[in-house]
Design a protein around this ligand. Structure first.
Ligand code: CA
Length: 224
């Protein structure tokens, strides 16, 4: 899952970035409205955290630009405390949720996760697909009603993205963009290695290979 954080408060960035990373998100940061607007138009994110008070271009304008372009990325706006009119303007401009500052980071994490989950039609906190159940908080998975098993950071990021996008064919490029933050780490061979590791752990049928296209995790488990 890839998150864009548009925020000019460096202290807040320093607080949020490691939390988001620990929760398995690849995080991109923009510290002003123009950069944020550009990144959000040019690249694909699973959700955006958008501060409204930004240098160069106000957050509300950034949001309006995206929506005018037909960009439907889930957006959570950060507003100043006690500014109900800002929240109303934000929601009218197409924000999916809001949080007033100051907020507890745990609440931001929970709201973000709920936004992404809703976008992918997942009703509950635990993700289910391909005969597996994934617990994003504990970064554990289980097959059917077997024992919970821990996942490494990359296994978790990859499996969550595949399960959230079950039945869709995902290219290696898309997968590596949503697993790694830094371009220098993006190597599609590494994705292949991790796909194979997941298959070894949870069965060959878990993930299909589409030649020349990528990978697909079928939502219903194929027992054949
Ligand atoms: Ca600000």
């Amino acid at each position: 899952m890839r998150i864009l954080l548009v925020e000019d408060d460096t202290k807040l960035i320093e607080e949020l970035r490691p939390r988001l990373q620990r929760a398995g998100y690849a995080v991109e940061v923009a510290t002003d409205g123009e950069d944020g607007a550009f990144l959000g138009s040019e690249e694909l994110f699973d959700a955006v955290v958008l501060d409204l008070g930004l240098p160069r271009l106000p957050g509300l304008e950034v949001l309006k630009q995206w929506r005018a372009q037909g960009n439907l990325v889930p957006v959570l706006i950060l507003t100043a405390r006690d500014t109900w009119n800002e929240r109303v303007d934000g929601l009218k401009a197409g924000a999916d949720d809001y949080l007033g500052k100051p907020f507890h980071p745990e609440e931001l994490m929970a709201r973000l996760e709920a936004l992404i989950r809703r976008r992918h039609g997942q009703a509950t906190h635990l993700l289910s697909a391909g005969g597996l159940t994934l617990d994003p908080d504990r970064q554990q998975v289980r097959a059917g009603d077997e024992e919970w098993q821990p996942l490494t950071g990359i296994e978790f990021r990859l499996l969550r993205y595949l399960m959230m996008n079950a039945d869709r064919v995902l290219s290696k490029t898309e997968l590596s963009e949503h697993v790694y933050e830094e371009e220098r780490l993006r190597d599609s061979n590494v994705i292949e290695v991790y796909i194979n590791r997941l298959r070894q752990r949870f069965g060959r049928g878990l993930i299909e290979t589409r030649r020349g296209q990528g990978y697909r995790l079928p939502s219903a488990k194929d027992d054949a």
